[in-house]
Design a binder for this molecule. Sequence first.
Ligand SMILES: [Zn+2]
Ligand SMILES: [Zn+2]
Length: 248
Amino acid sequence: MKNALSKKLNNIINFLFPLKHTCNVCGREIFSGEYFCDDCIKDLPVNDKVICSHCGRRVFNNEEYCNSCNGRETYFDRARSAYVYAHPIDKLIGGLKYHGKRYLANVLIERVVAVYYQNLFAADFVIYTPMSEERRRERGYNQAELLARAFCEKTKLELRGDIVIKTKETQRQAVTQSAKERKSNLQGSFSVVNKKEVEGKNIILIDDVMTTGATVELICEKLKRAKANKIFVLVVASVSKGEEGKLR
Ligand SMILES: [Zn+2]
Ligand SMILES: [Zn+2]
């Protein structure tokens, strides 16, 4: 009886004082219960045009593969991204990464989950790009882990944080670094600690952004050396093909 009464009271309060939300892009007040206002939702750079069948980046011709993937082997088997890394997705990812807006992981993951359901992939478990303990303490959280958690909540897949670790923090990646310099900077920083659990497994790797793809490649290389079967990379946003240099 008491519960029914408080429920009724809550309904009245919610009716009289509807919960206010603000758009995550422009900050305007909205009452729809959505994350973005109607104008901003139209502007989100959804990656739903022509993409490379392998790396999933947006391409500007109608070829099946982008010029980097054409004829080249990668350690991951397929990669897909929900958005193109452009305004205002860059701002939202920045908010999640550097400004403590953890709730954005739940917002940004929604389309990633949709992309997962569009691509058939029977995963044994899900991992994320790890951060060194030192960096994690500094930031308080790992944004890729928050994304992977939100992803697993929605898909009911198993999350494994004990498979790959980052042993040492790499120098912050400078704008002037080439892909080769980035790779040597990253070399040796990731380690598969649970090799037995990886053998023969199909794994989903979650990350926030794919720029050159060097980090993802390196983790997948380690996983494949530990005899992982297939790896499907899912990221919130990727830099479109031909624009990696500009946004590196
Ligand atoms: Zn807006
Ligand atoms: Zn490609």
